[in-house]
Design a protein around this ligand. Sequence first.
Ligand code: TYD
Length: 134
Amino acid sequence: MDAYMVTFQEHGDERGMLVALEYEKECPFPIKRVYYMYDTKEKVRRGYHAHRNLQQLLICVNGSCKIHLDDGEETKEIILDTPQKGLYLGNGIWREMYDFTPGTVLMSLASELYDETDYIRDYQQFIEEKKKNL
Ligand code: TYD
C-alpha cells in the first residue's frame, strides 16, 4: 500500500512546540492546496472516497481520529493522535475517517487543486478501477 507514517522534527523549547513542513523535506510533493476538517460530529464517519491522482499528507494538528485505508488488496487502520506525525497517502487509496475526538482538527496537504472528477466515491467503482490498473 502506498501509505506510510512520517515523523516530523519538533522544534521545542520552554515556550512550546513547533513543526515546520517543507516540500522535499517533510512533504514529498509540491503542495498546491491545504484544507482542514474540524468540528466533526461524534460518531460521524467521513471520507468514503479514493483519488485517481492525488498525493496527500494528513496531519491531526489537534485531537485524534482513526483512518481506515484500503488499496483494493489490503486494509489498514491508522490512528492519528499527535501533531508530530503525518500520514502520507499516494494515489488510489480508499479512506474512511472516524472516531474523531471533540476538538479534532485534521489537516490535509494536497498535491493538486480540488477537482471533483478526481474522486471515486463508489466503492465498487474503486475496486473495478483498481483491477483495470493492475
Ligand atoms: P467532502 O469530500 O465531502 O469531505 P469528506 O469526504 O472528506 O468528508 O468535502 C466536503 C465539501 O467540501 C464538498 O462540498 C466539497 C468541498 N471541498 C472543496 O470545496 N474543496 C476541497 O479542497 C475539499 C477537500 C472539499
